[in-house]
Design a binder for this molecule. Structure first.
Ligand SMILES: CC(C)(COP(=O)(O)OP(=O)(O)OC[C@H]1O[C@@H](n2cnc3c(N)ncnc32)[C@H](O)[C@@H]1OP(=O)(O)O)[C@@H](O)C(=O)NCCC(=O)NCCS
Length: 185
């Protein structure tokens, strides 16, 4: 699904735009993925693992997400630069179609400016507009206090933990926490 482009003011006074992805975003998205995976240990890939992504693959992903009724990707631009990216999706299996999952990332130079909050508001707005959805789920890695604080502020609560779910290159093992936002029960 797509969203209407929207503008808002971030905490440093600049204007940010949130919108659905377009074909021209494929190249900036590849650079974005390479950069952000080097800026935090709390995403699932290392930068070199993002080299498997291609322009064609990104374009196909954007088109698929924009067309599908059960998923949405939203980008955030500041000063014409790709600053953040998020997505929400839900399935059609009878037993699990009441559950959506989401993922979000913001480039380091834009952290703590309210972009994550605004994107989460938009993802939750989309979720609440789907009558069959009862809950939205996400995961965060042990130590990601900024993400945990954001999700808690938005109304998510911790529902479980997967011990040692993540193994960093240096052998450090980190737990993964599951969180849930209840739309209705
Ligand atoms: C987590 C992330 C999405 C947050 O986005 P953001 O744009 O920085 O979020 P916001 O500015 O809207 O809000 C961040 C909140 O965390 C708080 N915060 C910042 N640093 C913190 C810390 N070390 N501990 C606790 N809270 C912290 C801020 O005060 C702010 O709360 P407030 O709005 O009540 O003041 C972003 O930092 C990011 O992309 N990180 C790297 C990738 C990642 O971790 N993605 C999530 C994977 S689960």
């Amino acid at each position: 699904m797509t969203i209407e482009p929207m503008q808002f003011t971030i905490k440093d006074g600049r204007t940010a735009t949130i919108r659905s992805p377009k074909m021209e975003d494929a190249e900036p998205m590849l650079s974005y993925l390479y950069r952000i995976t080097g800026q935090t240990p709390y995403l699932m890939n290392y930068p070199e693992e993002t080299s498997k992504y291609t322009l064609e693959g990104e374009i196909a992903l954007f088109e698929g997400m924009n067309k599908a009724p059960n998923q949405a990707m939203i980008l955030c631009e500041v000063d014409g630069q790709l600053a953040a990216n998020c997505m929400i999706r839900w399935g059609s299996h009878i037993k699990t179609r009441h559950r959506a999952s989401l993922a979000i990332s913001v480039l380091k130079e834009y952290w703590n400016l309210g972009i994550g909050t605004r994107l989460m508001e938009e993802l939750l707005r989309i979720a609440k507009n789907q009558p069959q959805l009862m809950q939205v789920e996400l995961e965060f890695i042990e130590g990601n206090n900024r993400a945990h604080a954001l999700y808690k502020k938005m109304g998510f609560r911790i529902t479980g933990v997967k011990p040692n779910a993540i193994c960093l290159k240096d052998g450090t093992l980190l737990d993964e926490y599951m969180m849930m936002y209840e739309i209705k029960c």
